[in-house]
Design a protein. Structure first.
Length: 342
């Protein structure tokens, strides 16, 4: 893994290896967002007064000139050694492997990043622009079409793969019969086998009910919390401290506000989010981000419980954020407006 570094005036980026040896002198800018160079990255550099964008492999091979896949004002980031590209003439998406070889041809309207060796592809869809005059192609949604689940060499696994947005692809189980596990979603593959994935939403709701809210006590909350809790206070803003200190001081408040969720008339929602890199930026969270510093929410989503309170004069909310880790969900963040955190 090579790590990014800046030139003397911080205007250009280059890369060093783990021993501090310069592998690429600073020359990149713009769409170069990779903090670490694993196998393939998107870069921009100035050449003879003009800006050139392309993909660069670890061996120095240049591919995909002016074919960067741009999403949310940024280029794609490598996922499991693969990266997406878009052909401007056709507005179709394909995928390179780490050697710069096209493994998925540019015949899809959209592709997800690689997740456990699999990709969701969309074909036959149309763009529905939010701006009716189509002043910009940055704000649109897809309508129609069909989603398929494919391998990284473009072989179809599941021909109709709708409603796949909250699935844990790393939890794949293939069986001869549909699963009875209520936390899973099952799809029939083109080989007539059944492919099931844990649904993050169902998994979290079941875990929350059985592991936290049922007979909630101090030890249970401590055991299901991250090492540090980040919390919001109007007087100090965001603050982090060891979970033992925070929970010991605030357990009665936390317990009462969490148990509100059990009441039938509680107005609450659970949102699927990514880890906020501007708040959770210590080395303790580095494994939850990719080489571009983006949250790996397809493996480690953050479940944000938002409880709504309404009076005659105002609406306010409590927030409890739980991060999915390799050992389960953990409370990482609290913001309580209906009570005072000590």
């Amino acid at each position: 893994m090579w790590t990014v570094f800046l030139n003397s005036d911080s205007s250009l980026l280059g890369y060093k290896d783990k021993n501090g040896v310069v592998r690429i002198e600073p020359k990149f800018m713009g769409f170069t967002i990779a903090n670490k160079f694993d196998k393939i990255i998107a870069v921009t550099e100035e050449v003879n007064g003009s800006y050139k964008s392309y993909y660069l492999t670890k061996t120095g091979k240049i591919i995909g000139r002016d074919s960067l896949h741009i999403f949310d004002n940024g280029p794609d980031c490598e996922s499991e050694g693969f990266i997406r590209f878009r052909v401007s003439q056709t507005d179709k998406v394909g995928m390179f492997n780490s050697n710069g070889k096209i493994v998925i041809p540019a015949e899809y309207d959209a592709l997800t990043r690689v997740k456990n060796g699999m990709v969701v592809g969309l074909k036959g869809a149309k763009k529905k622009f939010w701006d009716k005059e189509k002043h910009s192609d940055k704000h649109f949604s897809w309508t129609g079409g069909k989603e398929v689940l494919i391998t990284v060499d473009n072989k179809i696994i599941i021909d109709n793969f709708a409603n796949n947005y909250h699935l844990n692809f790393n939890s794949l189980v293939v069986t001869a019969q549909p699963t009875s596990d209520l936390t899973r979603e099952t799809f029939r593959g083109i080989d007539s086998k059944y492919y099931s994935f844990v649904d993050f939403d169902k998994e979290f709701k079941h875990w929350l009910k059985t592991s936290v809210l049922d007979n909630l006590n101090k030890d249970k909350l401590i055991n299901n919390s991250r090492e540090e809790i980040t919390y919001w206070k109007e007087s100090t803003g965001w603050t982090s401290e060891p979970k033992l200190d925070f929970i010991e001081r605030n357990f009665d408040l936390l317990r009462s506000k969490l148990l509100v969720i059990n009441s039938k008339d509680c107005d609450y929602n659970i949102f699927n989010e990514g880890l906020n890199r501007y708040i959770f930026k210590s080395d303790k969270y580095s494994s939850f981000y990719n080489t571009c510093g983006e949250s790996k929410d397809w493996i480690y989503p953050v479940k944000n419980i938002v409880v709504n309170y309404k009076t005659k004069s105002e609406l306010y909310q409590d927030h409890f954020e739980f991060l999915r880790t390799d050992t389960g969900y953990e409370l990482i963040s609290v913001s309580i407006k209906s009570g005072e955190i000590k």
